[in-house]
Design a protein around this ligand. Structure first.
Ligand SMILES: [Fe+2]
Ligand SMILES: [Fe+2]
Length: 288
């Protein structure tokens, strides 16, 4: 390939991914989640984790659909392949979270009721929203997910208080969220390119809709139990989110990066972290 052709190929290349997006199969058994208060003796934090897991199966199916809507417009072969690998990873996450949610339901939660509410809201949205708006939501949610994924891998000691299967499943999910973190973004930039609108949408989702929605879901799940919630539990939750090694406080600068001019998800390069965790968790993986 001569220099001129090489330049032409680079100009055509829309994918800016830094890592291969690997399709893996995992088989976790969630039977060690055997009490509704499974995280650090705190029912509020436990309910938050159940709530997050409850939103994944439907949420991830929508992420796949919103990106696949643009499949025909993607001509860069690398990005095309990444769209397929992203969809395969998300589909497997969805399956594992369904399995996990079944275990939560055995313990008295009703994750199906959350899915029903989400399903209704999602179908209303699909009727009203354009493909572009659906993709903007996915791009925004993917940055939030990749930020939490970075948190889980970087501050992995916070997961030591969770049952082993849940810890390993969340770490596996985190690796793959980072591997595919720029796919939806690259598709949006290639096919729509309206970054101002995307950033406004992200700010609304990340700082208003998502936290508000998770607070409501956590409250709803707590009401499904007779577990007494004390001020000490609530304070534990505040520290879990905003304290030292907090889920929000320790990665707040990464949430904000999205709003910078010329932002791309791989400007935050956590590929070394992925190499480290891929090795640690390899006994649980089967590549396909
Ligand atoms: Fe996922
Ligand atoms: Fe994702």
């Amino acid at each position: 390939m001569n220099a001129k052709t090489n330049l032409a190929v680079q100009a055509e290349q829309k994918s800016k991914s830094r890592l291969p997006i690997v399709r893996r199969i995992v088989r976790f058994d969630y039977s060690d989640i055997d009490t509704p208060v499974f995280y650090s003796d705190n029912p509020v934090i436990s309910a938050l984790w159940v709530g997050l897991s409850a939103t994944f199966p439907l949420g991830e199916a929508e992420f796949i659909k919103s990106v696949k809507n643009y499949e025909d417009q993607v001509t860069d072969p690398k990005l095309k392949e990444e769209v397929a690998d992203f969809a395969a990873q998300e589909a497997h996450h969805s399956l594992q979270h369904k399995k996990m949610n079944k275990q939560f339901d055995e313990l008295g939660f009703n994750t199906a009721s959350i899915e029903d509410i989400m399903k209704e809201k999602l179908s209303e949205r699909i009727e009203k929203w354009s493909d572009k708006k659906r993709l903007m939501r996915t791009v925004s949610a993917e940055h939030v997910t990749a930020t939490f994924a970075h948190y889980a891998l970087k501050q992995s000691h916070v997961l030591d208080d969770a049952p082993e299967s849940l810890r390993n499943a969340l770490l596996w999910h985190a690796i793959e969220e980072i591997e595919h973190k720029s796919v939806a973004f690259d598709v949006y930039q290639t096919c729509e390119g309206d970054m101002g609108k995307l950033k406004r949408h992200y700010a609304f989702f990340c700082f208003l809709e998502f936290p508000f929605q998770m607070a409501l879901i956590t409250r709803f799940l707590l009401k499904q139990h007779d577990t007494k919630v004390t001020w000490s539990h609530r304070w534990g939750m505040v520290k879990h989110l905003f304290g030292k090694s907090g889920m929000v406080s320790s990665v707040f600068s990464i949430y904000l990066m999205f709003l910078r001019r010329g932002f791309h998800p791989w400007q935050h390069d956590d590929s070394a972290l992925i190499d480290e965790w891929k090795t640690k968790l390899s006994p649980y993986f089967q590549n396909v």
